[in-house]
Design a binder for this molecule. Structure first.
Ligand code: IVH
Length: 727
């Protein structure tokens, strides 16, 4: 290939690569695969190596490969880089408007002539991305210098690192129509000779942030607190290879160069037309519309791929904006209207260790409940031992917590001055809190792991079994959600489910506010559980549904002997009070009673239970003598689980939670036989009809109960229908 041919091919390749970069990284609409794009880049790279003098500053190959720097050069800003004043409420936003209105001579002819005649200002509202501010300078259309804000006057030259961000164009081109022919003309002039400066935010998406942290965790490196810090840390890397390995994006929000734009909205349109990623934003005719925009964006916030902490509201007319000037370090014409705080302070009441699906141990801080951005938070992740050391967090510490996107909150900082001296240091356990195996910390890893490789996976299975239909029957708690809960360190054994709050669930993927609420309700309802289902849920080896039922009936049959502890628990049986009767069939007891009852049985007694036998009996015996199982039962006890004891032989739960009232004489069976049948399927019988009654069984010559049932609209069935329910 001759040099002339190479030049042509190189130009074509650059154009094509740049086009696909733009489709992929700016518009999010890739048309070819990564592999195909890489292949084009490879060809370009090879050609440029053969003809090095054809390499240009804006070639796609120039995005990587710079040498590590000793330090960053200073970069003086052509126009100072300012910051923004914050508003946290409607009132603050309104008083901002009042302040600026006072400075604008509405209605009167003004030196710059373009005031709105009425007392109205229109605004431009846009997302406030939580990244960090960057200035980009293009000389004759080519990216030549990028810098951080620094002190506002002078920043650091981070051009090399910024070049690695694919959504930053290395050359400005017209991708879409510019707002006016004048602007287009001016742009084309500056493309020939002149400078164009754009400003915006470098940020990292939440997903990319999580990936970076996972990588760091694998390598045993300390973790970043949030995407913003990660992006900031990456841009300040002296080695551009590291920056290149960190996926970052750029969103433009200001065109600093005068291209003839008259409004802030036009600046966004220009930025978009010149190939930058931008937030479309919205022109608002008044503050009311601004507030509507703020609310709408606030709702979408959690679903956005990147973090935002509010919106930026600017006076849309640039001349008015200029005239309003600067106060302190912020322009009067803009304000950041923030979303409710994502940070709060609270106290670390405990630090527990959760086991993940892969057997990794995650320390989790149990917090005094606190409201964070509208939901109650009770836990924060501490990630690993290094993070605890870095924060120096101790039991009893007052801490600042923050919600960083879609994950459970982090502790950002310990307020050490608040210490009393009573705080306790935490140590990672040397035994797995779940199975008791030895805990190891592999060299070069930041995480501790249970040495029993099955541990995490087994826990997951146990939880799935526990919540299944035949167990606690918690609707909406499927395997995928259990996985997420385990990954976040929210749940590592079945008892953890009962301390989840809506605030824990809502930020997880798949959870809308409503489904979080529904799941918490389902969990709450599941706390009342028949004994047989409870036994099944424990997942004792060899104990399936049938054996659980046999065991429950056996325990129920032992009641007279254990009457006292049950009744005492219920607070019903004190000295001299009445003995238990059939109405006590709904007697409830707590898991710790279950433990003490089960421990009273000898191995032989269990093995002699009808239909149980030696192997199963031994397994049951072992279960209730295992330290870790007893711990779980203790946790379930604390969770307020109420086990319903069958006073009668129960063979299924077809009528669980259903109440029956009997009235009139039945032909084919006695009252007692009818009751026995109902109880046998888990139902209850009451003597009077109420709205809570599910069925009124009507025989011959029914009494007033029949009338009442009709009045209340309770379902009435005759003897035939009643009997057919048992077939
Ligand atoms: S306009 C006068 N627009 O927020 C400063 N800033 O709290 C120009 N930011 O330093 C800022 N998104 O880093 C503006 N759409 C947006 C923004 C935005 C994020 C950042 C920017 C600024 C900081 C001020």
């Amino acid at each position: 290939m001759t040099k002339v041919e190479a030049k042509k091919r190189i130009e074509k390749l650059r154009k094509e690569i740049n086009h696909h970069r733009y489709l992929y990284h700016v518009l999010d609409k890739p048309e070819i695969s990564d592999a195909a794009l890489d292949s084009l880049k490879h060809e370009l790279f090879k050609l440029e190596q053969r003809f090095p003098d054809l390499i240009t500053l804006d070639s796609p190959t120039q995005r990587v490969g710079g040498k590590p720097l000793a330090k960053f050069e200073k970069a003086k800003h052509r126009i100072p880089m300012l910051s923004l004043e914050d508003a946290f409420s409607f009132e603050e936003l309104q008083s901002w408007e009042e302040r600026i209105k006072k400075l604008i001579p509405f209605g009167s002819p003004s030196p710059i002539g373009r005031w709105t005649p009425k007392n109205i200002i229109s605004y431009f509202a846009e997302q406030k991305v939580d990244g960090f501010a960057i200035s980009l300078v293009y000389k004759n259309g080519v990216f030549v210098q990028g810098s951080t804000r620094g002190d506002g006057r002078v920043g650091e030259d981070v051009t090399q690192n910024l070049k690695t961000i694919p959504s930053i164009p290395l050359r400005l081109e017209i991708h879409k129509k510019l707002p006016s022919p004048e602007i287009e003309k001016r742009f084309k002039e500056l493309l020939q000779k002149g400078e164009i400066e754009a400003r915006g935010e470098v940020y990292m998406t939440v997903k990319d942030f999580e990936k970076v942290n996972q990588e760091r965790q694998k390598k045993g490196e300390s973790l970043y607190a949030n995407p913003r810090n990660t992006a900031a840390g990456s841009i300040r890397q002296l080695n551009p290879e590291i920056a290149a390995s960190r996926p970052m994006s750029f969103l433009a929000y200001d065109m600093m160069t005068d291209l003839g734009q008259k409004t802030h909205q036009e600046e966004h349109q220009i930025a978009e037309a010149l190939g930058f990623k931008t937030d479309k934003g919205e022109r608002c005719s008044n503050l009311k519309e601004v507030i509507v925009f703020w609310k709408r964006i606030g709702k979408q916030r959690e679903k956005l791929p990147y973090q935002i902490d509010g919106i930026v509201v600017s006076v849309n007319d640039n001349k008015v904006f200029e005239k309003l000037g600067v106060v302190g370090k912020a322009p009067r014409g803009s304000i950041a209207f923030k979303f409710p705080g994502k940070e709060a302070t609270t106290i670390v009441e405990n630090i527990i260790v959760q086991i993940g699906r892969t057997g990794a141990l995650t320390p989790v801080a149990v917090l005094r409940p606190v409201n964070l951005g509208g939901t109650t938070i009770t836990r924060a992740t501490l990630h690993n031992e290094d993070e605890i050391k870095r924060l120096d967090v101790r039991l009893g510490d007052t801490v600042i917590i923050q919600r960083a996107g879609d994950v459970i909150p982090d502790i950002v900082k310990v307020l050490k001055k608040m210490r009393t001296g009573q705080e306790k240091k935490f140590q990672m356990p040397d035994q797995c809190p779940v199975c008791g195996s030895k805990v190891i910390r592999p060299i070069s890893e930041a995480v501790h792991r249970c040495s029993n490789s099955q541990c995490g996976a087994r826990q997951k299975e146990q939880i799935e079994h526990f919540v299944s239909k035949k167990g606690f029957d918690i609707v909406g708690l499927g395997p995928k959600i259990i996985e997420q809960l385990m990954d976040e360190g929210l749940v590592s054994d079945p008892a953890d489910i009962f301390i989840l709050t809506e605030g824990d669930l809502a930020p997880l993927e798949r959870f809308a506010e409503k489904s979080a609420k529904n799941l918490i309700e389902a969990i709450e309802q599941s706390k009342k559980i028949p004994l047989a289902k409870f036994i099944y849920a424990l997942g004792i080896r060899h104990v399936g549904e049938e054996t659980a039922l046999d065991l429950a009936n056996f325990i129920a049959g032992q009641i007279p002997r254990h009457l006292e502890p049950f009744a005492l628990l219920e607070g019903r049986l004190r000295e001299g009070s009445r003995p238990l009767t059939a109405r006590d069939s709904s007697l409830r007891f707590a898991p710790f009673r279950m433990t003490s009852i089960m421990q009273k049985f000898s191995l032989e007694a269990l093995q002699n239970i009808q239909d149980v036998g030696p192997v199963v009996g031994k397994s049951i015996y072992d279960y209730f003598h295992n330290k870790h199982n007893l711990k779980l039962l203790e946790k379930l006890d604390k969770a307020n689980i109420q086990i319903q004891l069958p006073k009668f032989q129960v063979s299924s739960f077809k009528f669980q939670n259903k109440t029956f009232v009997l009235t009139g004489e039945l032909k084919s069976l006695t009252r007692d036989e009818a009751k026995e049948k109902i109880r046998g399927l888990g139902g209850d019988i009451t003597s009077s009809v109420s709205k809570e009654t599910d069925f009124v069984v009507v025989g011959k010559e029914p009494g007033s109960k029949y009338e009442k049932a009709k009045r209340l609209g309770v379902k009435i069935i005759n003897e035939k229908e009643f009997l057919s329910m048992f077939r």
